[in-house]
Design a binder for this molecule. Structure first.
Ligand SMILES: [Zn+2]
Length: 331
C-alpha cells in the first residue's frame, strides 16, 4: 500500500504507518493524551470549535495544563508523552526543544542534563524517530534575559535549530538580530513564528533581518504575490499547522486553507501539529483533514510529506546515515 492509497481509504490507522515529519511542534502541548492519562490519571480535552479570543486559549491552558506539569518530573513526563504521541502517529522526524527559561526551571541550569533528557526519552520510547533538538525563545522576553539564558546553549552541537514564538506582536523582530547572528555562527537552522497574526510584509522583514531559513506559519504570505515570490526565490520553508490556524480563527476553514495556494505556487511547505493537546492535531489527522476537505489532493499531500522528510541542513550526510537510508527506502 502507498500513502496515496492510505489517504484514499480515509483510514487513520493506515495513514499512521507512513513516515512523516513534524517540524512545528511545541512539545509541552505535543503529548499523547493516552500516555498522560495512563501515567497521571489526568484527562486533557482538546478544543473543537474555533476560539473567539486568546483569553479562551488562556483559560483552556490554566484548566488543563496549569501547574500540573511545573516540576522536573512533570516536564520529563511531557517530553516522554511527546515521543509516545509521535511514535503512535508515524512521525519519523521530530523537531522539538525546551524554552530557554526551562533550563533553570526544570534542569538545574545543567545543559547536559536537559539534552540527555530528550535523547534518553528518544532512545527509550521511539528510537526510530530522528530527533532534531531545538532551542526555544519566547517573544515577550527581553533580549538581555534571553542572551543570558542562551549562554548555556551556545556551542552544544546537539542543537539543530532555534525558534521564536509566543505573542507575535510583543516586540519588534529587529530586537532579535544579535541572537540570530549568534545562532547562525552556531550553525543552527534559523526559524521564527511570523505571519500567523502579523502581515505578509512582517514575513519578509523577519526573514531579511534574522536570515531565517524557515518560517513557522507564514500563512499571511498568501496576501501578497511579492512575498510568495520572495519565499520561492530565497528557498524559505513554511512549517504550516492547518487545524491550529482554523481553531484560532486565522483561516475560515480547512477547505480554504492557504497552504494549497502556497504549495501550488511552488513554496516549500510542510505540515506540522503546533499543539496536539489543544487542537487535536496529530500529523496523520492533519493530512486526512486536508484531503477530506478537498484542500489538497492525495498526490499533493504525498509530495508535501516526502518534502518534509528531506533534511535541508545536512543534505549530503543525511543519506549516508543508516537511519536516513532506511527512511528514504520506506518512502
Ligand atoms: Zn507554533
Amino acid at each position: 500500500m502507498t500513502f496515496i492509497e492510505a489517504l484514499n481509504s480515509q483510514d487513520l490507522e493506515k495513514i499512521r504507518k507512513f513516515p512523516k515529519a513534524d517540524l512545528h511542534n511545541h512539545f509541552v502541548l505535543g503529548g499523547s493524551r493516552e500516555y498522560i492519562f495512563n501515567k497521571t490519571g489526568y484527562k486533557i480535552k482538546s478544543i473543537t470549535t474555533p476560539l473567539k479570543s486568546m483569553g479562551e486559549m488562556d483559560s483552556w491552558s490554566s484548566k488543563y495544563i496549569g501547574n500540573h506539569f511545573n516540576s522536573p518530573e512533570g516536564r520529563k513526563l511531557l517530553i516522554e508523552a511527546t515521543f509516545a504521541q509521535a511514535k503512535f502517529d508515524g512521525v519519523t522526524v521530530l523537531e522539538i526543544g525546551e524554552d530557554v527559561w526551562g533550563l533553570g526551571e526544570f534542569f538545574d541550569n545543567d545543559i547536559e542534563k536537559m539534552i540527555f533528557c530528550f535523547q534518553e526519552a528518544n532512545a527509550r520510547i521511539a528510537p526510530e524517530i530522528e530527533l532534531r533538538l531545538q532551542i526555544g525563545l519566547s517573544r515577550h522576553c527581553s533580549v538581555d534575559y534571553l542572551m543570558n539564558c542562551l549562554s548555556h546553549f551556545w556551542g552544544h552541537k546537539e542543537f539543530y535549530s532555534i525558534d521564536l514564538y509566543g505573542d507575535e506582536l510583543a516586540q519588534s523582530i529587529a530586537n532579535f538580530i544579535p541572537i540570530y547572528d549568534k545562532a547562525a555562527e552556531n550553525g543552527l537552522v534559523l526559524k521564527a513564528h511570523v505571519g500567523e497574526w502579523g502581515t505578509a510584509k512582517d514575513i519578509i522583514t523577519a526573514v531579511e533581518l534574522l536570515h531565517l531559513n524557515e518560517v513557522q506559519h507564514g500563512i499571511a504570505a498568501v496576501q501578497d504575490e511579492n512575498v510568495i515570490e520572495y519565499l520561492i526565490e530565497n528557498n524559505i520553508r513554511l512549517n504550516i499547522t492547518p487545524s491550529s490556524n482554523v481553531l484560532l480563527g486565522r483561516v475560515s476553514d480547512m477547505a480554504h486553507h492557504p497552504i494549497a495556494q502556497l504549495y501550488h505556487r511552488g513554496v516549500d511547505v510542510t505540515i506540522g501539529s503546533d499543539d496536539v493537546l489543544i487542537f487535536n492535531s496529530d500529523i496523520s489527522k492533519e493530512y486526512l483533514r486536508l484531503y477530506q476537505s478537498g484542500c489538497l489532493t492525495k498526490e499533493e499531500l504525498d509530495d508535501i510529506r516526502i518534502n518534509g522528510l528531506r533534511d535541508r541542513k545536512n543534505k549530503a550526510s543525511h543519506r549516508s546515515t543508516n537511519n536516513g537510508a532506511r527512511i528514504y527506502k520506506e518512502l
